[in-house]
Every structure is written in C-alpha cells, then in structure tokens.
Ligand binder design. Sequence first.
Ligand code: NAP
Length: 285
Amino acid sequence: MSARLLEGRPVAARLWERAAAEAARLRDRLGQPPTLAIVQVGQDPSAAAYTRQILRSFARYGLEARLEPFPSEVAASDLYARVEALGRDSSVQAVLVQTPLPAPLTLAEVVRHLPPEKDAEGVHPTNAGLLWQGTPRVVPSTPAAGMELLREAGVAPQGRLAVVVGRSNTVGKPLAQLLLAQHATVVVAHSRTRDLAALTRQAEILAVAIGRPGAIKGDMVAPGAVVLDFGTTEVEGRLAGDVDFEPAQHVAAAITPVPGGIGPVTIAMLALNVLALAGGLEAGG
Ligand code: NAP
C-alpha cells in the first residue's frame, strides 16, 4: 500500500485566491493594503527564511508585510516599547513575533505587550484562552493548516483517536484543542512520554511536531493512519520532517510530505488571520 499524499500547494493556492480577493476589498476600505508587522530578533536562519517567504507571498497577493528587525542583544524594555508602539500604530493591523527568540526573551512575554486584537498568530494569552474555550478569535496558522489539510482530504476527526506528539504553544497544544473541538479523542505526547511507540501505533490521526527529523519510524505508524508531519528541520540544506517518510508511507492511508505539505498552507493561513484582524474574513480561514 502507498499512502495518499496530502499536498499543501493546491490547497494553499485555493486559500490564496480567497485571500487576494479579500485583500483587494480591504485595501479599498482601509486606504492601504492589510498590513502585518514581523518582529524578528536576531538572525536565526529558519526564522529569516520564513520571513522571506511571508514577504514574497504577501506582496504577490496584495497584502503588506513589514519587517521590524532587532539585534539579538536588544534590551527587553526597548523591544517591548516597540511592540507596544506597533499595537498603537493604525497602519498595522497585525503583528507576528518570530521565533526562536534569543534568551532570556520568550514569546509568551513579548506577546503580552501586544493588544490581542493584533496578535497574528493567536499566541496572546487572551487568544489562546479563547481557543481553549472553543470560541477562537485567531487560530495559530500552523495547526490551522493541519486542520485544513484534514478537511480537504475528507478526514473527519470526530470519534477518532488522535495522537499529537509535541506540546508547544504554537503547534502541539492548539492543534490538540482544534482536534478536540472537532470531537476527536486526543492524546498529547511529549519528550517525557513513556513508550511513545505504543501510543502512536494506536493513532488514527497521528500529528507530529517535535523538530526531530525522522524520529517517528514506520513501525510507529498504525496501518491506515492519517499522518500530519509538522516537522521542518534543515538537514544538509534540505527540509526534513519528523516522520521517517519512506517506510511510513507504506503503512499510512494518507501523509503530508515535507516539504510541500503543511508549510505552504501555513503562510496562507497566516494571511487569512491578518485579513480577519484587519476586519475581513473569519479567523482560521
Ligand atoms: P518546540 O517548541 O521545540 O516543541 C517541541 C515539542 O516536541 C516539545 O513539546 C517537546 O517535548 C517535544 N519533543 C521533543 N523531542 C521529542 C521526542 N523525542 N519525543 C516526543 N516529544 C518530543 O517545537 P515547535 O515550535 O512546536 O516545532 C516543532 C516542529 O514543527 C519543528 O520542526 C518546527 O520547525 C516545525 N514547525 C513547522 C511549521 C510549519 O509551518 N510547517 C511551523 C512551526 C513549526 P517537551 O515539551 O517535553 O520538551
């Protein structure tokens, strides 16, 4: 058996079509393109690459993305003051704080200086709380992309056992909540989980976001499972997922490739969040 590939690019193309139409409508209303400010501290290569992709895609589809770069040794108080100023700036409708941040800065602390109404990634405590209560305003774009790929593939989470490996505030936790909201039975595993394989082998939906290339081996995947691989680690100049793709695709019913799976859909989801915060579409697509 060979798994169905859950390709992100065609899904992203459909989302961008919608985003572009909405961006044009909002541009007329706002008198400017809907605008995202990207706060980037330091020069982490993966954050820099993600920023470049956002700048390119937003320009292509009629949104604006403005980079706000800071040196890695920026004083926390200066960074917070700038984030607060972006919160007051009426020409900016949404703000994304790029990770990783150099220690001792943390995403949780930086986003607290942002009004939740401008939180492009849904990581402000207010937005994270709304998501947990099942009434989201903004859904983090990466887990939203995973859910969109499931929807496009016709996979209904209801009643299925979903195992989410990884519990970050940006991917694992919000994904678990989104699956729960669609009536999956959800298990969240992490680095202290005992016998991970015994859990993953039971998963009807297996979602992995750990940043450990190939950590999920083929024999850890249940026959017929739907596998979402969020991992994007650069290995020898190429992006590698968290799932050992070759053996896993012979066991799974469907699987997202890396690259070309979750990634392209994520940026389109981010654009839809920006448009929602700018007064257009509903958040989370
Ligand atoms: P993160 O904040 O580093 O969190 C990693 C999580 O994985 C933690 O919860 C950690 O457990 C768990 N973990 C680490 N090693 C493990 C292991 N061997 N077994 C089980 N659990 C393990 O990472 P993240 O930001 O969520 O990102 C995860 C991956 O997704 C990365 O590859 C990242 O590049 C990728 N990502 C992709 C996109 C996209 O658009 N495709 C967007 C964001 C992130 P503990 O909590 O116990 O430490």
